[in-house]
Write a protein that binds this ligand. Structure first.
Ligand SMILES: NC(=O)c1ccc[n+]([C@@H]2O[C@H](COP(=O)([O-])OP(=O)(O)OC[C@H]3O[C@@H](n4cnc5c(N)ncnc54)[C@H](OP(=O)(O)O)[C@@H]3O)[C@@H](O)[C@H]2O)c1
Length: 250
């Protein structure tokens, strides 16, 4: 088996995982954050959990990209935007979290760690093994994909920052977020995350990137609906016009 050339089977497994994930998370809200409940085994500090479970997306992905036998020059852009997101998510975001002693089940961290090993491998192996010629620099798929990624990144970071600002140091309560895209949807951070990975899929024109984008929708789409319902139940004055994920639609 050539680790630098993802097989059709591994891609099919990834698409099947998307279907399995949407089925699972529509049935069970992943038990972390506001949906955390007892009974999921030992827990770990949320900060440690985030660092541990996201670290393969930085380090395993970097190993597969940097040690690949070949790569096109433009693949460095794909690697760069990937690392821009994941260095922030793994090494900065966990230290910015507000919520004092928030913990998460070890099981969630272990499952996410395994997913990030697989996702880091399949995406970096695909983009390093695929040959992009010089015309790709001006291809509309690359340019639009990069723009969509950038818009998604800004939405994701800004939305997460607005949530952080709702809490003071040591505070772990919840408030109604306001401003920016929160005026239209309950989970703009998830919307931004989805845009980022659809942008990457478009700019790389990669089945692995498409599987990643679909997985993100499968994972975060049902959670956005659950978060939205949770807000409506918790806050009687929750803005009635606000949707869950897509302004004016869903
Ligand atoms: N690619 C993927 O599949 C994937 C999967 C999961 C997450 N992510 C990304 O990881 C980031 C965090 O995800 P998440 O599910 O933890 O997001 P989240 O539920 O929106 O929570 C983000 C942070 O804000 C706090 N928070 C949320 N709502 C709040 C409110 N109304 N008032 C005060 N604080 C509030 C949370 O505290 P608590 O922890 O105390 O609730 C947590 O610290 C997002 O950017 C998301 O896109 C990506």
């Amino acid at each position: 088996m050539d680790l630098w050339t993802p097989s059709v089977l591994s891609l099919l497994v990834y698409f099947a995982l998307c279907v399995a994930t949407v089925g699972l998370v529509m049935w069970i809200d992943a038990p972390y954050g506001r949906h955390q409940v007892d009974g999921w085994g030992p827990t770990v500090s949320a900060r440690v959990g985030w660092i541990a479970m996201e670290s393969p997306a930085v380090f395993v992905a970097a190993a597969f990209f940097l040690f690949a036998p070949t790569r096109s020059p433009i693949a460095w852009v794909f690697f760069g935007v990937w690392q821009l997101h994941y260095v922030q998510r793994t090494l900065i975001f966990p230290f910015l979290l507000r919520g004092a002693d928030r913990r998460m089940p070890v099981l969630i961290a272990v499952l996410a760690f395994g997913y990030n090993v697989f996702n880091g491998w399949i995406n970096m192996a695909w983009i390093s093994s695929h040959s992009y010629d010089a015309s790709w620099w001006s291809d509309p798929r690359f340019l639009f994909g990069l723009a969509i990624f950038a818009v998604g990144l800004v939405i994701n970071w800004r939305s997460d920052a607005i949530l952080r600002a709702l809490r003071g140091p040591g505070d772990s309560g919840y408030k109604i977020p306001r401003g920016f895209l929160y005026e239209w949807v309950s989970c703009p951070n998830y919307l931004g995350e989805m845009l980022e990975w659809f942008g990457l899929a478009l700019m790389t024109w990669s089945p692995a990137g498409l599987a990643f984008a679909l997985y993100t929708v499968a994972n975060l789409g049902p959670r956005a609906l659950a978060n939205h319902r949770w807000y409506q139940e918790k806050f009687p004055d929750y803005p009635a016009h606000r949707k869950a994920l897509i302004p004016g639609v869903l």
